[in-house]
Design a protein around this ligand. Structure first.
Ligand code: UDP
Ligand code: MG
Length: 330
């Protein structure tokens, strides 16, 4: 079998209505690039007919492949499984909901041929997403940029194309709390952008609740920086300095005017304020410790319930080392 020239990885969680339209659009786009392509659907434990839809496509076209998780493991894990499974020389990751126009793959592929390894699709506009969503995602990226030590590309989703060597490098990561959008930047190589208008979801609802988004944001910040810890150190120093000045003030005041009962309010406010800070500080440290704990437990990242048309060894957890560096000649 020929190694696919291009793989398209599609994480899908309850996307039954989107599989067929996405497949149709991908087909007409990929046909322009090469007949040797594969579309790998990663079913993230959907409760609807997503798997059946994918299998329907597969019955007609062997280039459609399926990896189905035993339960919902989250978008980042679906991405991970997708990168491990994909065999293409170039690998595109695209959302299942048609918010990312598949036609852009042509542009991205052109850039890849020019020698770029990581090609991001950057949004110019977002149609009809709520104001809150737009502004939260704008602020999310701005805060992230400030908080993290690694540069994270602004206004990009997951839609991107990676070269084989970039994917091979990504497949070496075994960490649990990942933020792919940052990791693809972290690995380096030649990076470029193509621009597009973000469409509305084709069908179904967003799978990202605000809670999930918060988790993503915290993962993104904590897995890329120690800034939260540093900020608290700074805060601690400032408040200790301030406390010291206050102490001098009170001691001098007491020596001059001597009024031992005065100061109940200030004492209590200070105690409450600093307890608050200390608790926040401890919880930030706790976030890091919880992540350390998750990493050292070395549980598998995800469990595959079923796979069709893919090498089970590649997608399975046990083969991190084997996964790295498949031979490059097709
Ligand atoms: N997704 C997933 N697992 C999840 C949540 C989402 O695989 O737990 C997939 C989803 O099917 C879609 C992509 O991730 O293909 C992006 O999700 P969504 O469109 O809901 O996010 P949004 O575009 O609203 O940020
Ligand atoms: Mg979407």
């Amino acid at each position: 079998m020929n190694r696919p020239e291009i793989s398209v990885v599609v994480p899908a969680y309850n996307e039954e209505m989107n599989i067929k339209p996405l497949y149709d659009r991908l087909l007409s786009v990929l046909a322009k690039i090469s007949p040797y392509f594969e579309i790998v659907f990663i079913d993230d434990g959907s409760h609807d007919e997503t798997v059946a839809e994918v299998l329907k496509m597969r019955a007609l076209d062997e280039r459609v492949k399926l990896v189905s998780f035993s339960r919902n493991f989250g978008h980042e894990m679906a991405n991970t499984a997708g990168f491990r499974t994909a065999l293409g020389q170039a690998v595109v990751i695209i959302d299942a909901d048609l918010q990312d126009p598949p036609e852009l793959i042509i542009d991205m592929y052109e850039k890849y041929k020019e020698g770029f390894d990581v090609i991001y699709a950057k949004r110019k506009t977002r149609k009809k997403e709520s104001f809150i969503k737009k502004s939260t995602s704008k602020w999310f990226y701005r805060v992230l940029k400030f908080m993290s030590d690694t540069e994270i590309p602004l206004d990009t989703g997951d839609y991107r194309l990676l070269s084989r060597r970039a994917v091979d490098e990504l497949n070496r990561f075994s960490e649990k709390n990942r933020f792919f959008r940052g990791l693809t930047h972290w690995i380096g190589f030649n990076v470029t952008y193509v621009y597009f208008d973000r469409d509305e979801r084709h069908a179904g609802e967003t799978k990202y609740s605000y809670i999930k988004l918060m988790k993503l944001a915290v993962d993104a910040i904590i897995s890329f920086s120690y800034k939260p810890l540093k900020l608290f150190t700074l805060f601690g120093f400032c408040s200790a300095g301030f406390g010291f000045l206050l102490m001098l003030y009170w001691i001098i005041k007491k020596m001059l005017f001597g009024n031992p009962t005065d100061g109940w309010t200030s004492t209590v406010t200070i105690i409450l304020f600093f307890f608050g800070i200390i608790m926040m500080q401890i919880s930030v440290v706790g976030e890091y410790i919880a992540r350390i704990y998750e990493e050292v437990r070395e549980r598998p990242l995800y469990i595959v319930g079923r796979s069709e048309g893919v090498d089970p060894d590649r997608v399975s957890e046990k083969n991190e080392i084997k996964n790295y560096g498949i031979d490059h000649e097709a």
